[in-house]
Write a protein that binds this ligand. Structure first.
Ligand code: NAP
Length: 290
């Protein structure tokens, strides 16, 4: 609509153009005000794992901005306290935080208890934590490293979903989003086992979505490309690896945690009400599939 207005504007002069500019400005002001008055996730309660930094923090912030109440979590109390404070300082008050190492059953129980205690239930689960203790081709991975990768990246995502279900069912529906990776679609040669664990999440997305669709619980997945976080520092910071990585990204830049938050907020909102079992690749055009 605004594009249409701009092309009309280019053929206008004088007072007509001024009036049209005023109209365009007021339309866009109105749209912003309207979307703030009706935030897409108002009244929803969300848990985001591994959300004191990086992509998880970007997702938590965006869900808060869209009106949700959010429980942030990670392994270290200090990080949890700092993340909650940072969000509250931005005026995002409906946030609480708790320690949760996703591989620990007790921590996961406390996470769900926190959502119930502070916000009265749960509508949205974002499973974002991952580990990558080793670098190398898939068949060179030591058994211990393989177990850790699959425990954190896949088994914890599965268990969190299973444990979230009673709360989601109580609300009559909800949304689960797994954070996988573009490496799950096109394995990174030096992140062999990690890539396979992310492929497993794409399968979990499909299987869980089919099982839960009739209960109004949607299950989707985000597959980020290379995003500027601590996790990806080895790729994004040294000049040589950065330049090599950028050659495979048509948009010629790395993604940001805020951009990942936007995709997840969409998937959890009613704008995605008819989408389940899908993986959205957000990679600046990096090749992933046809
Ligand atoms: P990051 O910047 O390194 O952030 C890691 C966060 O996870 C921190 O808050 C950390 O806090 C927490 N954490 C680590 N291990 C945890 C565990 N076992 N249980 C709970 N919290 C844990 O990582 P990121 O880049 O945002 O990655 C987030 C997700 O995106 C991962 O699933 C990753 O595989 C995926 N991904 C990332 C990229 C990328 O380029 N960055 C690309 C594709 C996919 P504590 O230290 O306090 O636990």
């Amino acid at each position: 609509m605004i594009v249409g207005k701009l092309s009309i504007l280019s053929t206008m002069t004088g007072r007509n153009a001024k009036a049209a500019i005023n109209l365009t400005t007021s339309v866009s002001k109105y749209s912003t005000a309207a979307s703030m008055a009706n935030p897409r996730l108002a009244g929803k309660v969300a848990i985001v794992t591994a959300s004191t930094d990086g992509i998880g923090f970007g997702i938590a912030r965006r869900l808060l901005r869209e009106g949700a109440s959010v429980v942030v979590s990670s392994r270290k109390q200090k990080n949890v306290d700092e993340a909650v404070k940072a969000l509250q300082t931005e005026g995002l008050k409906s946030v609480t935080g708790i320690v949760c190492h996703v591989g620990k059953k007790d921590d996961r129980s406390k996470l769900f208890e926190e959502a119930k205690k502070k916000f009265g239930g749960l509508d949205i689960l974002i499973s974002n934590a991952a580990a990558n203790p080793t670098v190398g081709p898939v068949l060179d991975c030591e058994e211990d490293a393989w177990d850790k990768i699959f425990d954190i990246n896949v088994k914890s995502a599965y268990l969190l979903s299973q444990e979230a279900l009673p709360l989601l069912r109580k609300r009559g529906g909800g949304s689960i989003v797994y954070v996988a990776s573009i490496a799950g679609l096109q394995p990174f040669p030096l992140l062999g086992a990690y890539s396979v664990s992310k492929t497993a999440l794409l399968g979990l997305t499909k299987a869980a979505a089919q099982t839960l669709a009739s209960e109004n619980i949607r299950v989707n997945c985000l597959a980020p490309g290379v995003i500027k976080t601590k996790f990806a520092q080895a790729i994004t910071e040294p000049e040589t690896s950065r330049d090599v990585a950028l050659q495979s990204i048509p948009m010629q830049r790395f993604g940001t945690p805020d951009e990942m938050g936007g995709v997840v907020a969409f998937l959890c909102s009613d704008d995605a009400a008819y989408i389940t079992g899908e993986t959205i690749v957000a990679s600046g055009g990096m090749q992933s599939r046809l």
